[in-house]
Design a protein around this ligand. Structure first.
Ligand code: GDP
Ligand code: MG
Length: 342
């Protein structure tokens, strides 16, 4: 008998003795066989409860636009992080949690892997590094058509002890030959535990990734209460929804110079009142955000309100203000205030 199964039997043995005593007391006789069956039953129950729960952290990494957010949303099954056609939408480390009675998977959707060019990007990179260190499982998402030249990330992936899954994404836009070539390429470059050809957008091969995760998830009690879906609060998602609209409605550098801060969040019985500031770096950007006679900001407000109502499942009154903070992206105090890790 191994030490663990002995430990597991221990409480059952205690129960056995108790049952024996009770049975003897009540009936003045008892069947040895029945009591052994009872031991077996309890031992199995205890073993099931103690051994079968799995929990762990899964990091989804990859270059901007590879499809990380789309993948995470497909895996988590809720619109958890924002997805837009422009690169660099996801600035924070967002986690989504999949809870089932027998397992808990904690996903983090990290910013794209890029070389830091200014302070904001440095902070984004440090959260990428963090997610490589914490992870029980690493999923690298790559666009089938992208060239992969981030040698430092490759080196880390080669050296990590965590299981690595390479996900070749957007195969809906490629040929079978291209897929085969990429599989060979990744096999030779990293030799990961598994390679999957997927389409996050069309949900192709998502179930196989889930299977891979469950196979490699360590046995562990849950890290979070089972009814928690994410560690971010509603305010955070509201600001992400507004930022998503800014990304969709404006061109060029505007989205990248913008931050959204929710300043009021008042839940009343029939309505939630929200005020938010859209922060830009220059007056000229402020004028673009507002648009002719306020036409553009009105659009942002309307689209954002519809999505926020959907998300919060209540009526919403949304007020937007535009504020200029010169060069906020280069200033540590603002980065800190906006929630970027230092
Ligand atoms: P991230 O920057 O890595 O988080 O990438 P996103 O998830 O935001 O996706 C970037 C863009 O690629 C969006 O326009 C997605 O709709 C698109 N995309 C993601 N997955 C797929 C896919 O499997 N096929 C196609 N054709 N497009 C995809
Ligand atoms: Mg993203």
């Amino acid at each position: 008998m191994s030490p663990t199964s002995y430990q597991l039997l221990h409480p059952a043995m205690f129960l056995y003795i108790k049952i024996r005593t009770i049975a003897a007391g009540f009936f003045n006789s008892y069947s040895e066989l029945d009591c052994k069956d009872i031991i077996c039953f309890f031992a199995k129950q205890i073993k099931f409860q103690k051994m079968s729960h799995k929990a762990g952290f899964v990091s989804i990494i990859g270059k901007p636009n590879a499809g990380k957010s789309t993948l995470m949303n497909a895996l988590v099954g809720e619109k958890m992080s924002i997805v837009t056609p422009k690169a660099q939408t996801t600035r924070h480390r967002i986690i989504g949690i999949v809870n089932e009675p027998e397992y808990q998977i904690v996903f983090s959707d990290t910013p794209g892997v890029i070389k830091p060019a200014y302070t904001l990007q440095e902070s984004m990179m440090s959260s990428v590094q963090g997610s490589l260190i914490d992870a029980d499982i690493i999923l690298l998402v790559t666009d089938i058509h992208e060239k992969y030249d981030e040698s430092d990330v490759i080196e880390k992936l080669k050296r990590t002890e965590s299981p690595v899954g390479i996900l070749i994404n957007k195969i809906d836009k490629s040929t079978e030959d291209e897929v085969k070539q990429k599989i060979v390429y990744w096999q030779e470059l990293i030799n990961p535990q598994s390679i999957f050809a997927i389409s996050a957008l069309h949900g192709h091969n998502i179930a196989a990734i889930m299977q891979f995760i469950l196979e490699h998830l360590p046995e562990h009690p849950p890290y979070y209460e089972k009814d928690v879906l994410t560690d971010r609060n509603e305010r955070f998602f509201v600001s992400e929804i507004i930022r998503e609209k800014v990304f969709k409605l404006y061109e060029k550098e505007i989205p990248y110079s913008t931050e959204v801060v929710v300043t009021t969040f008042k839940e009343e019985q029939a309505i939630t009142r929200i005020s938010a500031e859209i922060i830009v770096e220059r007056d000229s950007q402020k004028n673009i955000i507002i648009g002719k006679a306020g036409s553009m900001i009105k659009k942002v407000g309307t689209y954002a309100r519809e999505d926020i109502e959907d998300f919060l499942q209540t009526k919403v009154f949304l007020e937007l203000f535009v504020k200029v903070i010169p060069d906020w992206r280069k200033k540590d105090n603002y980065l800190k205030r906006f929630g970027y890790e230092q």
